[in-house]
Design a binder for this molecule. Structure first.
Ligand SMILES: [Cu+2]
Length: 590
């Protein structure tokens, strides 16, 4: 093992405090600087946390019950995270991101000077624009905001987290995240477990720590990146704020509400029993936007969750002997690009894939009532997938996900979301899209870049109630989880694409590429939608060599919102753009 070892599966799974809301109410959540213990072998860590808990309190509310929330910023600086860029990639052949300690990097003085500006966003919620956590509407320590959450949406697991422009990655890493559950009548008809002990949230997040002079791990949170890479992939997986916990379960069915709350790491979760993958006992009933139409098995290679994605799963332990143990592992390498990994390798470290510790969670079956699961054939009754043919003539917006190398030696690349507009004149065309239909002639279109950075002019003014297709084209080599604020969307399809970017094709303002959509690439990536991606989503993985079309429609609130990559290091620099939802009656005046 590459680093000082913490004992796995010794601490019990913690469940964040619950605030169950049954009637319209006003709540206060305080952002506080406190100490938190991530593992019993570690000293306490200084963190920034909602109501002093990592994760913050879980707010559980019935559909349509309005919550006014007073976010009181009582943080005190400095940022409780040492931010550093390692001076080397590998030490003794081990990638330094896998190791605790600063690896020769100096602490970033700008990060050390952060005093605790904050802005809260409720991810996945249908929220009026003024309460959506616009990234620049900050409150300083000592200030507060009052936000309104209607909760008038399908039952789902949402989460609240900080969204400060440029430093979201540090504020979340410091601890500013918590869960929010909306419940509704349909879910209650299904008699699903509600609340502990049989319904448990699992917020996954990777963390790293500094080391002392003697090499031992301290409690000091550490956000460390490689010399010319911006994403932070940390070695220790926490579940609800504890590294590699253990949970005792009775021989019955449990409901787990799983969230990947990591900055950048994608998980592919594999459940094993006696060393073998054991996925038949898991069924997935919901995703980001709530219940699926019918239960589905998780993918055979494991349940993939990129940053901000959620899964609502049932695990049936009713046939397991008392005392038996099952283990949840991560077998996704980082950076993730969507490529297949053999589930039978789960449990092995992969240093090249920045996965020194694949441990996530252990289940131990204890004595209790042995209850066989109730089969559930039908779940959601309020959702149907759109028929692609119904969408003919719908407005299509095209967004390229682009990595631009820095022109300064040794600096990480910049990631941007580039909005493109169709441009028939060949002289200003920059991106050529070739649609390779099955057995049909090729369709060619040309596009030019109209925005690259967050502060560029706003181009997207979707009209309320009108469906649109947003086409996400990945010109980079890694997976990007793209999140759209406000209404959940449907993923229409995911297609392979052969991407060619000429040398010097990416500049500050222009994007030159040829993308052959539909052309297979020998990349080991299954460019198809998984069964668990057919429900409503608010975050979608766009893998390497891939084009993903999503169907968006904004129904309830007008105003200014954001869409962005949910790899926080990308979101901060500069993979985020605004859009403005417009009521139709105002369009003639635009
Ligand atoms: Cu990204």
């Amino acid at each position: 093992m590459p680093a000082p070892r913490l004992s796995p599966f010794v601490d019990l799974l913690a469940v964040p405090p619950r605030r169950v809301v049954k009637a319209p109410t006003r709540l206060t959540v305080r952002l506080q600087t406190v100490n938190h213990r991530f593992h019993r072998d570690l000293p306490p860590s200084r963190v920034w946390a909602y109501d002093g808990h990592v994760p913050g309190p879980t707010i559980e509310v019935d559909r349509g019950t309005e919550v006014e929330l007073r976010w009181e910023n009582r943080l005190s600086g400095p940022l409780p995270v040492v931010v550093t860029r390692a001076s080397v990639h590998a030490a003794g052949g081990v990638p330094v991101q896998c190791l605790p300690g600063r690896s020769g990097g100096a602490a970033d003085p700008h990060a050390a000077a952060l005093s605790g500006y904050a802005v809260a966003h409720l991810h996945g919620a249908l929220t009026q624009a003024t309460s959506d956590g616009w990234t620049e509407n900050l409150i300083a320590p000592g200030q507060w905001t009052l936000d309104t959450y209607r909760n008038d949406q399908r039952a789902a697991l949402l989460w609240y987290h900080d969204h400060v422009m440029g430093v979201t990655r540090f504020d979340l890493y410091a601890g500013l995240a918590g869960l929010w559950i909306v419940r509704d009548a349909r879910e209650r008809e299904l008699h699903l477990p509600e609340g502990p002990p049989y319904e448990l949230p699992l917020m996954l997040a990777d963390r790293n720590f500094d080391t002392a002079a003697d090499g031992s791990i301290t409690g000091q949170l550490l956000h460390k990146t490689d010399p010319d890479v911006m994403e932070c992939f940390s070695p220790f997986t926490t579940v609800n704020g504890v590294i590699w916990p253990r949970v005792e379960v009775e021989p019955t069915t449990y409901r787990f509400r799983v969230l990947n709350g990591s900055n950048a790491r994608t998980y592919r979760l594999v459940l094993t029993r006696e060393g073998q993958p054991d996925h038949e006992r898991i069924i997935q009933i919901g995703s980001d936007g709530g219940l699926l139409v019918a239960p589905v098995p998780i993918p055979a290679q494991g349940l993939v969750l990129a940053s901000a994605e959620r899964a609502d799963i049932l695990i049936d332990f009713s046939d397991v002997a008392i005392g038996a143990e099952l283990t949840l592992w991560n077998n996704a390498p980082s950076p993730f690009n969507g490529a297949f990994a053999d589930p039978s390798t789960a449990g092995t470290a992969d240093l090249a894939g920045l996965l020194p510790y694949p441990e996530v969670l252990r289940f131990r079956v204890i004595d209790g009532a042995r209850v066989a699961p109730t089969p559930r054939a039908a779940l959601a009754t309020d959702f149907q997938r759109a028929d692609r043919h119904q969408l003919k003539g719908c407005l299509v917006r095209v967004i390229a996900l682009v990595e631009q190398e820095s022109n300064r030696e040794g600096e990480p690349s910049t990631l941007t979301m580039r909005e493109l507009t169709e441009s028939p004149a060949t002289d200003e065309s920059e991106v050529t899209l070739v649609e390779v239909g099955a057995g049909q002639s090729e369709q060619i279109s040309r596009w030019r870049t109209v925005a690259t950075r967050f502060e560029d002019k706003t181009n997207f003014f979707p009209v309320m109630g009108r469906p649109e297709i947003w086409r996400l084209i990945n010109l980079t080599g890694d997976t990007h989880p793209i999140h759209v604020h406000l209404d959940a969307f449907q993923i229409l399809n995911r297609q392979p694409a052969a991407v060619e970017v000429p040398d010097g094709g990416i500049t500050d303002t222009t994007t030159n590429a040829t993308v052959r959509i539909g052309q297979e690439v020998d990349d080991g990536i299954n460019h198809a939608l998984d069964a668990n991606e057919l429900g409503l989503k608010d975050t979608v993985r766009v893998n390497a060599n891939e084009v993903v079309d999503i169907l968006v429609r904004f129904e309830t609130f007008a105003g200014r919102y954001m869409y962005h990559c949910h790899i926080l290091e990308h979101e901060d620099r500069d993979m985020m753009r605004p859009f403005v939802v417009m009521p139709p009656e105002l369009m003639p005046f635009m």
